[in-house]
Design a protein around this ligand. Structure first.
Ligand SMILES: Cc1cc2nc3c(=O)[nH]c(=O)nc-3n(C[C@H](O)[C@H](O)[C@H](O)COP(=O)(O)OP(=O)(O)OC[C@H]3O[C@@H](n4cnc5c(N)ncnc54)[C@H](O)[C@@H]3O)c2cc1C
Length: 452
């Protein structure tokens, strides 16, 4: 059947849906399609295929991530009546500590309700874990089970178009034909290849290499040295656009984002005096790093992530540049489910009703790229960084509505607000004059320090 043929394909009573991948995008899609089907009085069957057991520690249960759940996602979840259980949350984050070579400043959350949470996607890293705590991805899959989905611990190995729909072959439970197949395989190369075979015009997202390390410090040390603050670094280090230390239970998760993060880049980050000063003196970080990896991250949108009876969501389609990929998985998962139930499952339906959500994310990421390019310039300029520090230090003494730079940084770090909104606010002339004044002030402070 030609892929672009304009046919009316609809889900109806008894239709079958396969969700390939039980990460956040797959779970959010499943939640929404079952909710919308129920509301529309359609009885559908949803199978979620996920080979990982998220109730495992280490790589077996991990979907490699910094593990920050943004305030916007917390709000969207609560709008659906979903509350992330305390046992899933490893720490509530109340502030960001911004580190520059010549100083640091704590940026408090702008409003009491603007909290964010740190989680582990699986049960936790290899090494000592708090056994009472729970996996975020498994919590989401449990929500899908409660809604009526069948979660199968299985891998999809092949997909083929047949007359009645799409036939999926699994590694354990044989073949089955589905009316709709949803690709939520993240950036998994084999998964993407399978979807290319049934969605030939699909062009996967471009990626770059990042780094994550799980550093075991014990709860008391984490409390004392990191508290409820996520530590972020704006240092003049090659390739690193964003470095962070995120407190979680007994661990601190180190995340490095940028251009092709290699072992050498990681070594450069860890040997920086600014980073070392965050840990107890003489800490040998490599000795207490129980898990580390170099996962890919989505840095450029996919093209044509749909065809008749097929749609790709989450990281496999469009995400948010460097931040809040979980929130983007929610948006794309919901939009695809809405399209499938309320409009149809043809290429045309996804083009008309699903693609606009991806386009909005993609366009916003273009602005995000500009913001990260400006940040890279700032990283290299001690004059600009002095001004930034002076401005944020001053603002933190003011009430929250008088903290424009802090609010821009908060939104950039959390990924809760669109990059377009951050960029527009940064162009405000009053803001710019204030920043310029602080650049001058930062220089004067530096000069007077040198004279002393
Ligand atoms: C270093 C780094 C830090 C990040 N930090 C954050 C953060 O702090 N906050 C945030 O919001 N986002 C963060 N992200 C982004 C976030 O991890 C992703 O956007 C998010 O995981 C996307 O969800 P997904 O469901 O699309 O894909 P994934 O989470 O990758 O899930 C895909 C699932 O598909 C399964 N799968 C693959 N192939 C098959 C197959 N053939 N059959 C069956 N199942 C299959 C996999 O097992 C996996 O469970 C970070 C990303 C990186 C790389």
């Amino acid at each position: 059947m030609p892929l672009n043929q304009n046919i009316k394909l609809k889900l109806k009573d008894g239709s079958t849906v396969a969700v390939v991948g039980g990460g956040p995008a797959g779970s959010f899609f499943t939640w929404f399609i079952l909710r919308y089907a129920q509301e529309s009085g359609i009885k559908i069957h949803v199978d979620v295929f996920e080979p990982k057991n998220f109730n495992s520690t280490g790589p077996a249960g991990c979907n490699k991530c910094g593990g920050i759940v943004s305030e916007s996602l917390i709000q969207m979840l609560s709008g659906e009546g979903i509350k992330v259980p305390p046992k899933v949350i490893r720490r509530g984050i109340d502030s960001y500590t911004l580190h520059l070579e010549h100083g640091k400043v704590v940026i408090e959350k702008p409003k009491p309700e603007q909290g964010i949470a740190s989680i582990f996607r699986g049960l936790g890293p290899r090494g000592p874990i708090d056994s009472a705590q729970l996996s975020f991805d498994n919590f989401l899959l449990d929500l899908c089970r409660e809604k009526g989905a069948m979660v199968r611990t299985d891998t999809i190995v092949k997909a083929l178009r047949v007359e009645e729909g799409i036939k999926l072959s699994t590694s354990l439970s044989g073949d089955k034909v589905f009316d709709l197949v949803v690709g939520a395989v993240g950036l998994n190369a084999k998964g993407i290849e399978i979807f290319n075979s049934i969605c030939p015009s699909y062009f996967p997202p471009s990626v770059t290499k990042t780094h994550i390390a799980e550093i075991f410090l014990g709860r008391e040390v984490v409390d004392q040295y990191f508290g409820n603050s996520m530590h972020v670094f704006l240092l003049n280090l090659p390739n690193v656009k964003f470095g962070a230390l995120i407190p979680k239970g007994n661990y601190v998760t180190m995340v490095l984002l940028g251009k092709n993060i290699t072992r050498e880049v990681v070594a450069g980050f860890l040997s920086s005096e600014t980073v070392k000063s965050c840990f107890p003196p003489d800490t040998n970080i490599s000795e207490i790093t129980h898990c580390k990896c170099y996962p890919a991250i989505n840095v450029g949108e996919a093209k044509s992530a749909f065809a008749n009876r097929v749609v790709l969501i989450g990281d496999s389609a469009s995400s948010k540049l460097y931040k809040n990929g979980l929130g983007a998985a929610w948006l794309t998962g919901q939009a695809a489910a809405k399209t499938a139930i309320f409009h149809g499952i043809s290429q045309r339906d996804f083009q008309k009703w699903y693609q606009p959500v991806c386009t909005t994310l993609d366009n916003d990421n273009d602005i995000g790229k500009i913001i990260f390019n400006i940040t890279s310039i700032m990283q290299k300029s001690s004059i600009l960084k002095n001004g930034l520090l002076a401005m944020v230090v001053q603002e933190q003494k003011e009430p929250s509505h008088k903290r424009p730079m802090s609010s821009l940084l908060w939104d950039t770090f959390t990924g809760s607000n669109p990059y377009t909104s951050i960029f527009k606010r940064s162009l405000n002339p009053v803001f710019m004059v204030k920043f310029l004044w602080n650049i001058v002030k930062g220089q004067l402070i530096k000069k007077s320090r040198i004279q002393k």
